[in-house]
Design a protein. Structure first.
Length: 182
């Protein structure tokens, strides 16, 4: 693929996708897939599921391209589709997910000097709905109203799930108490 194809503007990418230009579709995928995959992984906590969600989302993106109106950036529009697909996946697979609020045994060994990896693991260990709300608000910058629409929950539920996620993260990432260390 030529370098110029990777530097297409959003309008050129949309036009090329609407014309079913495979090189332009590939350029669109290559430009956005890494960021969108990261988002799906943060939401699902599973690499295989993230790949499935992203693949389904790109199929929907290409099929829905005619509906893109440039009211927001192309990335923002695609991100919304990816989030909807991830939420749908999580709802379908919720019955398979065992949700526990207990701190894993390894969590008590986390030192106060935790790394980004510790933080990511702690976020991924949150219950699905709390994790999704936390990521959408704290990482992606959505507002509670937007999250409530995306996830089909009330704003109050969004707020309580964010608080719940933060409470769990504080417990999992805090310095162990004196009694736990003795």
């Amino acid at each position: 693929m030529q370098r110029s194809e990777l530097n297409q503007t959003d309008r050129e990418l949309v036009r090329g996708c609407l014309e079913n230009d495979r090189l332009i579709q590939r350029a669109l995928y290559e430009r956005f897939s890494t960021r969108l995959y990261t988002l799906t992984y943060r939401l699902t906590g599973d690499h295989e599921a993230s790949n499935d969600v992203l693949q389904d989302a790109f199929i929907e993106i290409f099929r829905s391209m005619a509906g893109f109106r440039f009211e927001a950036s192309l990335y923002t529009w695609m991100r919304t589709i990816v989030i909807r697909n991830a939420m749908s996946y999580l709802k379908k697979n919720a019955r398979l997910q065992v949700i526990t609020d207990e701190i894993p045994d390894q969590a008590s060994e986390i030192s106060f000097d935790f790394t980004a990896e510790h933080l990511e693991k702690a976020i991924l260990s949150l219950p699905a709905q709390a994790r999704s709300v936390f990521i959408l608000i704290e990482v992606e910058g959505y507002k509670h109203q937007e999250v409530s629409e995306i996830m089909n929950i009330s704003e109050g539920t969004s707020k309580s799930q964010l608080n719940y996620a933060k409470t769990i993260l504080r417990k999992r990432l805090s310095k162990p108490s004196y009694e736990q260390r003795v």
